[in-house]
Ligand binder design. Structure first.
Ligand code: SF4
Length: 344
């Protein structure tokens, strides 16, 4: 790009953190409207319930490309995310969501990424007070400071409630064209989305599993029993019914899809178990096990099978495709006792 004197002028690039939601979409629009090229950065996370293939218009990151012509880069959360997950400096939200530390982690990575795409500025779709615990003024300031972005993190949707960033002070961004949204309502964002033909309807989508009570229980249990937990261990935590029986973890598929998925997610040392002679779930057995815990896993397997009597048989082994009746056991089931206390 040339300026009036014919000298080459560096293109200004804004790196936007995009979740696929309405707020980040409008933040990108506002920056584009200032004549700035926008590049999107999305962090892929096994804790995110956002589905890239979702049919819901709102949930499509593709929309950023289709409607605004924005290229999206994807970065996965690393195993270093577990350090903050287990010991967040700024604590948890309601469940096991370390939101303030999580934002700091993401922004630090995004700041490094700016160099790769030669971005001049960085912005997010955060809205002041939209989330009472992690998006209040103090939290926004902490996030900025800890990610070493003080005065350099643009939040276009709530800019009028915040101190001008360096980009506004230097005239790179016209503050008057930014917004002063505060709180949970998305009326203004939706109005803009319709005006610019980006979206007709708003669907809240996905969400973060770390804010889910049941998932939080599973994850705490996994931290307690598996000191080497890594990002690869998360998908199985999302799948099936989970039970903790002493040192043994038992996971029971809820349908055919989950049964197949469990078999692909199990590690080579995990046992697979299924009922003999009747349709039923795949059960995965992890950790230390003995006759007592195998007996309990067998009861669970039969409890969720089509068994219509009080006694049944299961077979088990580490290699599902070679399960034979050599490793089998017969157990009696008593529905009243089976689920007691052990469900995660
Ligand atoms: S809700 Fe989940 S993804 Fe969002 S900031 Fe909190 S921990 Fe991070």
């Amino acid at each position: 790009m040339n300026d009036n004197n014919g000298t080459l002028k560096k293109e200004i690039i804004g790196l936007g953190l995009v979740s696929g939601g309405l707020d980040s979409l409008i933040a990108c629009l506002l920056i584009q409207q200032q004549g700035i090229k926008v590049i999107g950065l999305n962090f892929t996370s096994p804790f995110c319930q956002y589905n890239k293939e979702s049919s819901q218009e709102e949930c499509k990151l593709d929309l950023f490309q289709e409607k605004l012509g924005i290229d999206i880069y994807y970065l996965p959360l690393g195993d270093d995310y577990f350090e903050i997950l287990q010991n967040p400096k700024f604590g948890y939200g309601k469940h096991i969501n370390p939101c303030i530390d999580c934002r700091i982690y993401i922004l630090k990575k995004a700041k490094e990424f700016m160099k790769k795409v030669d971005a001049t500025l960085i912005f997010t779709g955060e809205v002041l007070d939209q989330r009472p615990k992690s998006q209040h003024l103090k939290a926004l300031k902490i996030v900025e400071k800890e990610s070493d972005l003080e005065g350099k993190l643009l939040r276009p949707l709530s800019a009028h409630h915040l101190k001008p960033t360096i980009y506004e002070q230097e005239g790179l961004i016209d503050r008057k064209k930014l917004l002063g949204i505060r709180g949970r309502s998305r009326k203004i964002q939706m109005k803009l989305a319709r005006e610019h033909k980006l979206l007709e309807n708003y669907y809240a989508c996905g969400g973060c599993l770390l804010t889910d009570e049941n998932f939080a229980n599973r994850l705490r249990d996994a931290f307690k029993f598996n000191t080497k937990l890594s990002i690869e261990d998360i998908p199985i935590l999302r799948t099936g019914r989970h039970f903790r029986y002493k040192e043994t973890k038992i996971i029971v598929g809820r349908n055919e899809n989950e049964n197949n998925l469990l078999l692909t997610l199990k590690s080579p040392d995990d046992l697979a178990m299924e009922a003999i002679g009747i349709p039923g779930p795949i059960t995965i057995i992890q950790g230390d096990y003995n006759d007592d815990s195998l007996n309990y896993a067998a009861k669970l397997t039969l409890r969720y099978s089509d068994l219509n009597q009080l006694q049944g048989k299961v077979k088990f082994g580490t290699n599902y495709s070679e399960l034979s009746n050599e490793n089998e056991m017969t157990v009696e089931i008593n529905n009243a006792d089976i689920l007691k206390n052990f469900r995660l």
